[in-house]
Design a protein around this ligand. Sequence first.
Ligand SMILES: C[S@@+](CC[C@H](N)C(=O)[O-])C[C@H]1O[C@@H](n2cnc3c(N)ncnc32)[C@H](O)[C@@H]1O
Length: 344
Amino acid sequence: MEPVDWAALERLRSLFLQPGATRAPYWRTRTDLASYDATAGQRIGWKWDAVLEELTSRRWTLPEGPIVDYGCGSGIAGRRVLGAFDGAPGRSLWLHDRSALAMEFARERASERFPRLEIRCSGASEIESMSSIGVLLISHVLGELPGKEQRRLVALARRAVAVIWVEPGTHADSHALVRVREELRQEFHLVAPCTHRSPCGLLAPGNEAHWCHHFARPPWEIFSDPDWAEYARRMGIDLRSLPYSYLVLDRRHAVASGDGWSRVLGMPRGYKGYSRVFSCDACGVRDLRIARRSFPEFMDALGETSGPRRVRWRTEGGDIVAIEAPVLSGTADPGPGTSSDSVA
Ligand SMILES: C[S@@+](CC[C@H](N)C(=O)[O-])C[C@H]1O[C@@H](n2cnc3c(N)ncnc32)[C@H](O)[C@@H]1O
């Protein structure tokens, strides 16, 4: 880890925990941004890695046109996207933040890593009057915006070819993203996490307590790094837990979607001999039961943070009775319509 200013991080942490405190600008010095970038920014970067891994594995491609990082902070979202797409040849990076200090920091960091990239720091009116936006990146910003600013951001999203939006995996942030999804679902293809375009199943009566969240996996090296241990101690966080919510929208037919896919929300809950999973598909959000005896290999994979989350399974009542995809490595592909890890 790069050297950090613990006092700066502690000040930021206490602001992030106070409702409403982040409505006022809070970046005071370059050191604030560098310390954030080396710690919380890295953790956010691992969430972006998880989202981008799903997108690249599904052969999603960057649209033509400028990449806009809105509320860029230290600029981690833009750098992760550029890194995942070989520096995004032919695109430019537009950084926007209410803090000029943040935009300048993000610009420096991006240009160190991608020296040939055209990078601009832009005010809100410049961003809003762009003639085209390729992909709009939004990361951990929604909770800081009052209602009017949120509406402006949704209006900006409407002007982009694609939107990748990542927020903390809390109940409140997930439901805020669900509201955005409901506003935009008729205008875009829903690439992820949704496997369907019907109204979000979380809005059905009885599902109020649930939320659409996922977990990223931090690199194992951090667990033997004394600086990360110090960070976890001072911030009062568990380094292993990296929950996030996200939404990827695209006007193009950007990836094959296909029917019958479900998304696992959160982590499976283990019981003796079986697990329960919240599964979301066009029929809604259901709490399904999966028996270990029937699917031992699949359940081991599902229990991993980076295990399968976009799945195609057959159910009877509340039970999963066949898993059609993904076919796990080491298991013979049984062909369409049959179980890869079949019922015993
Ligand atoms: C928690 S930080 C996230 C930074 C970065 N996107 C990331 O994921 O690490 C939120 C950022 O949103 C910016 N922000 C807050 N309100 C804003 C607004 N109305 N317009 C533009 N940026 C804003 C803040 O200055 C801050 O840099």
